[in-house]
Design a protein. Sequence first.
Length: 214
Amino acid sequence: MDLRDRTHWIFDLDGTLTVAVHDFAAFKASQGLPADRDILRGLETVSAQRATEIRTALRQWEADLAHAAVPGPGVIDLLEHLRGRGRQLAVLTRNTRANALRTLRAAGLHAFFDARDVAGRDSAAPKPAPDGLFRQLALWGAHPDEAVMVGDYLFDVVAGRAAGTATVLLDTHGRHGHPDSADLVFSELSELTSRLATQPPGQSIGGPHASQKS
Ligand SMILES: [Mg+2]
């Protein structure tokens, strides 16, 4: 798979474009949510009134963190490289769209993205559902085989797979341990940028820091 041919790039936000700061386990514990479910699914286990209270607390917590966001290592170089090649860029997050826009501004990344192409859990069914990717591809008028989903979590890969895009997993800490789940796995975004910048035509991506499926 030659990612240099991919013209439409969809990025997860927290932990992918920005340094990961959300302690989801601590938030769940503070709200009495089950530890073994993600927050949005955990809300299905409490009363409607309690879910509303927790949603309010969640938005506030996410907003507080958004204002302190900083770009992840290698992010600006990667986005500049893609922009320099005329690539279309979008953000798809399980955060709210408003917080995503706040986060991008705080991290100084807003200029890389058209606000239309920033989507959150209030824009479409959240990842791992592929709905947000289908929505973005429709906005662009693009086909899944022109697109890449880049993220740091399994949900990003699952959503990309379900939508039929290429998938790139940023596995900074080697936590996920299942490199075959994504088309490409990198421990740093700078490795992805290097591949995009140097890979000769007709040759597959690969090397000591990247794994490729088929
Ligand atoms: Mg993430």
